[in-house]
Design a protein around this ligand. Structure first.
Ligand SMILES: Cc1cc2nc3c(=O)[nH]c(=O)nc-3n(C[C@H](O)[C@H](O)[C@H](O)COP(=O)(O)O)c2cc1C
Length: 364
């Protein structure tokens, strides 16, 4: 018997239920797809060779279901950026501020690098990431920030379904013009880079602008009732990020997991201190310090991440609790425990079916 939740978009993508999940762990993305949804691996923090390796791993973990890969491709970055040239452009006042944070929170130097202490975002790096993503054979290519038409065409030519995340009708139009086949309308409530329009307001406007092309709702979704509401707003699915941070497969450091479990919706803040672009994160001493009177203005992308890369690599390695944070949406209110992806999916689907059933009383 077919699942009543299997809609046109599910059929087109070869999935059973219209629940989409973005995660930085291949184990999470694979588990979402194995549970019937579509797991999308967020690859923006991988260098090109690591990305190839991760996408091979993703396929091995999920050989029988479609999966996706997501890249951030902002325009306007220089063609090539070396760490040296970017480092030379960092103002001394900003370097001093970061050194003060090292001292105030007694952060030892990192012994291992992370993406931001090793790479600098540039068009040349994006090109290598795109090459790895398009050649990987994963079924879905998502563009998180920026929709370069040439990249979307290459993904389509490689047989991938193309998705673009948008935060306004203007972005939606641009993404459609660039050839995106499916839109994720991501509202202000969302974790990660976010625009100023709330999910409830944004989704129906993007649905109207998309003129029949499928739209998925994102931002602040943590329950099945909200998945059902997304369908009622005209979307063909719901796309979640924050909720998966609380899954066993994500293996967050315990101190960070505790911070998220204890956070309420109002404990997330939008800050440019993370990447240089407005990004919703769980509040921490890191975001507070950049808000402090006398703190410097965060730099633009890619300079802010080059500035803070070593500090944040050290914070992660040495688990410096006050400074630990992660991108998180207002949906953090529903992240209350660490449990397997399959349980989260099972609950979401049960709640979705219940919400849809309860609405029929208005039509009988
Ligand atoms: C930890 C985290 C990292 C994210 N990283 C990306 C990313 O790399 N690319 C992207 O397109 N979206 C990213 N997002 C945004 C998600 O794709 C999604 O739109 C958002 O999480 C939806 O709102 P929610 O967090 O309330 O579920 C991220 C979100 C979170 C929480």
């Amino acid at each position: 018997m077919t699942d009543p939740l299997t809609n046109n978009l599910c059929t087109r993508l070869g999935i059973r239920v219209p629940v989409f999940g973005l995660a930085h762990r291949i184990e999470v993305a694979a588990a979402i797809s194995r549970a019937g949804g579509l797991g999308v691996y967020a690859a923006a923090r991988d260098g090109p060779s690591e990305l190839e390796h991760k996408l091979r791993g993703l396929r091995q973990l999920c050989p029988d279901h479609p999966v996706g890969v997501d890249l951030l491709l902002p325009t306007g970055l220089p063609e090539h950026n070396t760490r040296e040239s970017v480092a030379a452009a960092l103002p001394q006042s900003h370097r001093d501020f970061v050194q003060e944070l090292f001292a105030r929170y007694q952060v030892p130097q990192a012994t291992r690098g992370n993406f931001f202490s090793q790479y600098v975002r540039s068009q040349a790096l994006f090109e290598e990431q795109v090459e790895a993503a398009v050649a990987s054979g994963v079924e879905v290519f998502a563009a998180g920030v920026g929709t370069p038409p040439g990249v979307l065409r290459r993904a389509r030519d490689a047989g991938q379904h193309t998705i673009a995340l948008v935060g306004s009708v203007r972005h939606a139009q641009k993404a459609l013009d660039a050839g995106a086949e499916i839109l994720v309308a991501q509202g202000y409530d969302a974790g990660g880079h976010t625009g100023p329009i709330g999910t409830f307001t944004l989704v129906p406007q993007v649905v109207a602008a998309a003129q029949g092309q499928p739209v998925i709702a994102a931002g602040g979704i943590g329950t099945g009732a909200q998945v059902a509401a997304s369908l009622a707003l005209g979307a063909q699915g719901a796309w979640l990020g924050t909720l998966w941070l609380g899954t066993r497969e994500h293996e967050l450091p315990p101190a960070l997991a505790a911070k998220l479990i204890n956070a309420r919706s109002e404990d997330t803040v939008i800050t440019r201190a993370h990447s240089g672009k407005p990004c919703r994160v769980v509040r921490s001493a890191f975001s507070d310090e950049w808000e402090r009177r006398g703190a410097p203005e965060p730099l633009e992308m890619p300079f802010q991440q080059a500035l803070t890369g070593e500090l944040l690599a050290a914070v992660e390695e040495h688990a410096i609790e006050p400074l630990m944070y992660e991108a998180a949406g207002q949906s953090v209110a529903w992240l209350r425990d660490i449990e397997p992806v399959a349980n989260v999916m099972e609950r979401l689907l049960r709640e979705t079916r219940m919400a849809l059933r309860s609405l029929t009383r208005y039509t009988e």
